[in-house]
Design a protein around this ligand. Structure first.
Ligand code: PLP
Length: 424
């Protein structure tokens, strides 16, 4: 599968039936699996042979989706999780414990910001936020001997900023720190972070990968390109894991990060993807390449329209020539900049509400990145727990409206926006 192009991988990777088996992955709706002899099951427990024994650890339907996403991202292994949030949480727990710290871009999804800023510190893991536009010198000042991960989003939700991979990857390489990238909004159809230095890739597959708002899920992709063996920073990878028969993860020939994540974190915390959701996500992602093309083209047209509208204060979409991230998008997202855009209506929160309530085709939803266009006012919903200062640091002004442009006809989307703006 390695040499196939992305649109081929979307429909072919992750599952290959044997004679007489179902053409698409069957839903393996079973908690457990039958073994005729004790040694065969023991070998699975010892990771000596591959096999399913309990669906909290692995499941054939989930494995099909994991295999597809790993192939799309060019990774060596993937883990299907119950949500994007659990994927992020389990990735951090795989490398960091009490007393450690991680660095994160301040421009990350609100739920991630909350996890990093509020919940992780309660467990003794500090998060040091940085402005992704800061200089490399300013960012690397935050790294010390206890730093275990740098976390960024390819396209930030809802700031719609594009990260400068070269700058961040260089810092991570210099200090031997793992680079984790949330690639939810770009998807591998538009950007493959491994090519720009990512070591771990995270997805909320609830978004474009599924694409139909049908299945909550998350994925962790191990890019297989981090040398844990050479690093003193990651002692837990180089010492025997007494909870797993003394296994030294860095001795494994492949998928060191994914194996530790599954053997320790998935085992102890659960939060695995369900077979039903894996099935829906697998089928949904068949059309990822096609959908991302249309999402991107539609969003570029809508952004162009909004940028000329007298009631609009500002618009952010990296396709716009004047956009702050246009140059970075040309480098990292040359084939399309995705369906997410944000804009500010001239006026306050009330004007934002009036606009959104006047929409007829586009709906208000706490969701983004599926086939249907939808809007959200982050300051009063996903980001409502943030102070005015935190909102500013997260790149979310009060009048920001987030628009997830679907794959309807662009003229219909624009006509709906036009009639709603007339009422404002
Ligand atoms: N990452 C990004 C960029 C997101 O937009 C979201 C959710 O909107 C998440 C992670 C969290 O994913 P989930 O809702 O599947 O837990």
């Amino acid at each position: 599968m390695k040499n196939y192009k992305l649109d081929t991988l979307c429909v072919q990777a992750g599952y290959k039936p044997k004679t007489g088996e179902s053409r698409i992955p069957a839903i393996s709706q079973s908690t457990t699996f039958f073994y005729g002899d004790t040694q065969a099951m023991a070998d699975c427990f010892d990771l000596k042979s591959a096999g399913y024994f309990y669906s909290r650890l692995s499941n054939p339907t989930v494995a099909a989706f994991e295999g597809k996403v790993a192939a799309l991202e060019g990774g060596v292994a993937a883990i299907g999780c119950s949500s994007g949030m659990s994927a992020t949480t389990l990735s951090v727990f795989t490398v960091a414990g009490a007393g450690d710290n991680i660095l994160s871009s301040a421009e990350v999804y609100g739920g991630t910001y909350n996890l990093f800023g509020t919940t992780l510190p309660k467990l003794g893991i500090e998060c040091r936020f940085f402005n992704p536009d800061s200089s490399a010198e300013e960012i690397e000042k935050l790294i010390d001997g206890k730093t275990k991960m740098v976390f960024i989003e390819t396209v930030a939700n809802p700031a719609i900023s594009v990260v400068d991979f070269d700058k961040i990857a260089k810092i991570c390489k210099k200090h031997g720190v793992l680079l984790a990238v949330d690639n939810t909004l770009a998807t591998p159809a538009l950007c493959r972070p491994k090519e720009f230095g990512a070591n771990v890739i995270i997805h909320s597959s609830s978004k474009y990968l599924d694409g139909h708002a049908a299945a909550l899920g998350g994925v962790i992709v191990d890019c297989g390109n981090f040398d844990f063996k050479a690093s003193e920073r990651y002692a837990s990878f180089n010492q025997p894991d007494e909870s797993y028969h003394g296994l030294v993860y860095s001795d494994l020939p492949v998928a060191v990060f994914a194996t530790k994540c599954r053997a320790q974190m998935i085992r102890d915390i659960g939060a695995i993807m369900s077979p039903q959701n894996a099935f829906l996500s697998y089928i949904g992602s068949d059309t990822l390449a096609l959908r991302m093309e249309k999402h991107s083209a539609n969003a570029a047209k809508v952004a162009e329209y909004l940028s000329k509208h007298p009631k609009i204060e500002w618009v952010r979409h990296p396709s716009l020539k004047g956009d702050k991230y246009h140059e970075l998008a040309k480098k990292y997202l040359p084939d399309g900049q995705g369906g997410m855009l944000s804009f500010g209506i001239k006026g306050d929160s009330q004007k934002c509400a009036l606009f959104m309530e006047s929409l007829r085709l586009i709906t208000q939803e706490t969701h983004v990145a599926d086939v249907r266009s939808c809007v959200l006012h982050p300051a009063s919903t996903t980001h409502r727990q943030l102070s005015k200062e935190d909102l500013a640091a997260a790149g979310v002004p009060e009048n920001l409206i987030r628009l997830s442009v679907g794959i309807e006809n662009a003229e219909d989307i624009i006509a709906d926006i036009a009639q709603a703006l007339e009422k404002v």
